[in-house]
Design a protein around this ligand. Structure first.
Ligand SMILES: *[C@@H]1O[C@H](CO)[C@@H](O)[C@H](O)[C@H]1NC(C)=O
Ligand SMILES: *[C@@H]1O[C@H](CO)[C@@H](O)[C@H](O)[C@H]1NC(C)=O
Ligand SMILES: *[C@@H]1O[C@H](CO)[C@@H](O)[C@H](O)[C@H]1NC(C)=O
Length: 370
């Protein structure tokens, strides 16, 4: 697919597996419901058999709650031959030591390099959109070696991605947060929890404060700022970051948000799958995220229904504020938004180590016949 064509898809929504994921979710609910109906109409033996069958089905169903395609490239396979992956620029011009993919992620056979003299032998090259589009760096001028794949890497939303047209027909693979990328890397994801008790619901740890928001780029033109301005008429919001109280020097977003029941995870722009670390930081901190981004169905591809509160769940900011205050007074209700923690733990994607190693894994899979 040509990049500009892809970009148009990107901006207009593109192909989507929402419906598939959505169907699976409702299927599960339907099965749970049927257990109660059948109880009255079957003999005991028949009932037991049915319950067993339904448990099996439910098990299969739960396994399928999250589309496995929504997790990064699976880390299984046969021994690869070595693949050389050249990083053309360090994102945003900030040097970071390249990771050891085997030690960190158990991915074998990767030679990662940022040495451009490797261009003629590289199997794939990662180009980060920001640098190549602002001409901070030129694209390779030598002819492209046969079989070499150029990977377009971008984690900004379409609202903050410019100059795509010049790249028409240049790249072979896309690597973004969008689930329909060739190399898909969300900002975070849930993994089935191996140690459920470690993640037990965070109701009782002391959370003396209600609602926080960390924002660095404040702009009156953003929809999230307009929403905040309306919301703050009905509920107190502690604002941190460049636009509010600076985060304490010895603290991080996650540590600060641990003292709150709720966190405003408001995206700077609204686009398909554009769900950033704001959400995942909130989940890591154990605060229920109040999200403002793509529609609820899009979030539900990545998260259980109750793991977040969507601003669109309420006709007005006033009703949202009332709901948050109701939850504060009613631990049982709040519990509904925390119950998923028994089954999943939160993984925050490691920028950029996980990206390079995942790209390497994909490049390897493509270069290996069969
Ligand atoms: C970058 O360089 C290309 C080709 O030299 C030019 O067409 C383009 O306008 C430049 N872009 C910027 C942002 O300077
Ligand atoms: C990558 O894309 C370029 C430009 O479209 C094309 O010429 C080249 O054959 C592609 N390479 C691979 C390995 O697919
Ligand atoms: C900050 O927000 C404005 C308005 O949405 C946008 O134009 C600008 O690119 C943003 N800056 C950064 C660093 O994201």
């Amino acid at each position: 697919m040509e990049l500009t064509q892809w970009a148009t898809q990107w901006i207009t929504g593109g192909r989507s597996t929402f419906h598939r994921a959505g169907k699976r979710l409702s299927l599960c609910r339907c099965k749970t419901f049927r257990v109660t109906v059948l109880r009255t109409s079957c003999s005991w033996v028949c009932f037991t058999a049915l319950v067993c069958a339904l448990f099996l089905l439910l098990g299969v169903c739960l396994l399928n709650l999250f589309d496995p395609g929504l997790q990064p490239f699976p880390l299984t396979g046969v021994e690869p031959r070595d693949v050389t992956l050249l990083l053309w620029t360090h994102p945003f011009g900030r040097y970071r030591r390249l990771p050891d993919c085997e030690a960190r992620f158990g991915i074998h056979g990767c030679v990662l390099t940022d040495d451009r003299s490797m261009y003629p032998v590289a199997d794939a090259i990662i180009m980060h959109h920001r640098e190549v589009t602002t001409n901070a760096t030129a694209l390779p001028s030598d002819p492209r070696p046969r079989g070499q794949k150029w990977i377009w890497m971008n984690f900004e939303s379409p609202s903050h991605t410019h100059g795509l047209r010049r790249f028409e027909g240049l790249f072979n693979l896309t690597m973004t947060y969008r689930a329909d990328s060739d190399i898909f890397l969300p900002y975070g994801y849930l993994v089935t929890s191996l140690h459920p008790h470690v993640n037990a619901p965070h109701t009782r740890p002391r959370r003396p404060h209600l609602l926080a928001w960390v924002i660095s780029n404040w702009s009156e033109s953003q929809a999230r700022v307009a929403y905040y301005r309306r919301l703050v008429n009905y509920v107190d919001v502690d604002v941190f970051g460049r636009a509010g109280v600076p985060l304490p020097e010895d603290s991080t977003v996650v540590r600060t948000v641990r003292r709150y029941l709720f966190y405003l995870a408001l995206e700077n722009s609204q686009h398909t799958d554009y769900i950033t670390e704001k959400l995942w930081n909130s989940l890591l901190a154990g605060a229920v995220p109040v999200v403002f981004g793509p529609p609820r169905e899009n979030y539900e591809r990545f998260l259980p229904h109750d793991a977040f509160i969507h601003v669109n769940d309420f006709p007005s900011p006033r009703l949202l504020a009332q709901y948050l205050m109701l939850l504060r007074r009613s631990p049982a209700l709040l519990q509904r938004h925390l119950a998923w923690r028994r089954s999943y733990s939160v993984h925050l994607t490691a920028f950029w180590a996980e990206h390079y190693c995942t790209a390497c894994r994909v490049a390897w899979a493509m270069s290996t016949p069969g």
